[in-house]
Design a protein around this ligand. Structure first.
Ligand code: GLN
Length: 441
């Protein structure tokens, strides 16, 4: 079978390209000359399968789409508090190049507008780093997200630097309020090189998939940034990534995203997919008209709105049976499945809450063979269940061949001796009760 996904993407490109309104960014001469008819879209799964349609090999400068990644590098290097002390996380409701600072804190409102992005750029690398060293770090960081070596387009860089009056004004404002140190002209030079890094929609999709995959690059397997950094970056993309259209985007498309003035749009849906789209003509907010259209269409067709998340809780318990062993002892086998988070773990606790269970049972078996992952809170909840069942006088065995439980850091492994790899010992027990479909194990 030929996968239908590329055909579908083709159809999306066609359907979104009927007309081509908007205009290319005219304040950067090199971008004003871009071929306005180019259009491309690409999807990358979180395990690195890439599908594309249109001019998927067309190269363009990353521009503002670099901002979330450089913010991620600054966070990974300095930690949240240090970065938050210099750049806020409030949507500005203003244009990306507004000369503005938060009136209370004196910080740029967020790292997606230029004031915050210039500040985040200046935070990458040691304070003593030269502009070239800093840009080199940014380039290496973005390359790690893309899984290949990226380069700066010198002509886009020269072109933007030659007319960077607005960004110079912003950088001087930042310097005068001591938000950045050093020479503002050098910060603008470094940031402008960052914006001139060349990518394709494929790169954008894979970079987005790295965020969607919790910070691990799906093709290289490299952990590029820690998971908490990804959460922070995606949150800021969700609230501020589309500038003064962020609320509209949140309600219609509902995917953490970032646009750039060369016509790129990047979207990252946690746990699912990374999206890259490209078409040079822009709307009044500075986002690609056809790029926004394609993302809207993908979100509608594929149910990608983040508020349409799955409801795993109902299916956390796969089977729950009571069995009688040859020596006459009674065993409750509770088989769980899927990805366990708070709501799924709450279902399990609810099912196991029975203060008189020790009168009727000798042993409780928690069967985790079909559980893919247990997040931190579910891990704590299940461990607490095990502890309380034991306090009630029951024996508890956890069947956990993949060791999905007891893996979260900062807690001991005191129950490891009760963890077994198979349900083998209970094979042949006779079923005496419970809500499962099949008898036996
Ligand atoms: N380099 C551009 C600028 O600073 C990036 C803006 C954008 O893509 N929205 O003006």
């Amino acid at each position: 079978m030929k996968s239908p996904i590329p055909d579908y993407l083709h159809e999306v490109v066609e359907a979104c390209s009927g007309d081509n309104p908007g205009s290319t960014a005219d304040y950067i001469p090199e971008l004003a000359q871009a071929d306005p008819d180019r259009v491309a879209v690409c999807l990358s799964t979180v395990d690195g399968v890439v599908y594309s349609a249109g001019d998927a090999d067309a190269e363009f400068s990353i521009q503002s789409i670099s901002k979330p990644f450089v913010y991620a590098l600054a966070l990974a290097e300095h930690g949240l508090d240090h970065v938050l002390a210099r750049v806020g996380v409030e949507p500005s409701g203003e244009a990306f190049n507004e000369l503005s600072l938060d009136s209370d804190s004196g910080r740029p409102l967020n790292p997606m507008i230029n004031a915050g992005a210039l500040t985040a750029h200046a935070l990458v690398g040691p304070e003593s780093a030269t502009t070239d060293e800093r840009v080199e770090r940014v380039l290496r960081g973005l390359s790690a997200f893309a899984g290949r070596d990226l380069d700066v387009d010198e002509s886009v860089f020269e072109s933007e630097l030659g007319t960077a009056y607005r960004n110079s004004a912003i950088a001087n404002m930042l310097r005068s309020y001591s938000v950045i140190d050093g020479d503002p002209a050098e910060t603008v030079r470094g940031y402008t090189r960052q914006c001139a890094i060349t990518v394709t929609v494929r790169d954008l999709a894979v970079m987005a998939a790295t965020l969607a995959n919790g910070g691990v690059q799906p093709l290289t397997g490299q952990r590029v940034v820690p998971r908490p950094v990804v959460r922070q970056v995606l949150s800021v993309m969700m609230t501020c990534g589309m500038y003064d259209a962020a609320g509209d985007w949140m309600s219609t498309v509902g995917i953490p995203a970032k646009s750039g003035v060369s016509g790129g749009v990047l979207g990252a849906l946690p746990g699912q997919v990374g999206i890259g789209a490209f078409s040079p003509r822009l709307d009044p907010h500075g986002s690609s008209v056809r790029g926004v259209r394609m993302c809207t269409r993908l979100s509608d067709d594929m149910g990608l709105h983040i508020m349409d998340g799955p409801e795993p809780a109902r299916s956390a318990i796969r089977r729950d049976r009571t069995l009688r062993g040859p020596q006459g002892h009674t065993v409750r086998v509770c088989s769980l499945q899927g990805t366990l988070q708070f709501s799924g773990a709450e279902h399990v606790l609810r099912a196991l809450s029975d203060e008189d269970a020790a009168d009727r049972l000798d042993l409780v078996v928690l069967d985790l063979r079909r559980v893919h992952s247990v997040n931190d809170v579910a891990d704590r909840m299940l461990r607490e269940a095990v502890r309380r069942l034991r306090l009630d006088g029951l024996r508890v065995t956890v069947v956990d061949p993949e060791r999905v439980l007891y893996t979260h850091p900062a807690r001991g492994d005191e129950s490891a001796d009760e963890v077994v790899p198979t349900l083998g010992p209970f094979l042949g027990y006779e079923r005496v009760g419970g809500g499962g479909q099949a008898a036996g194990v």
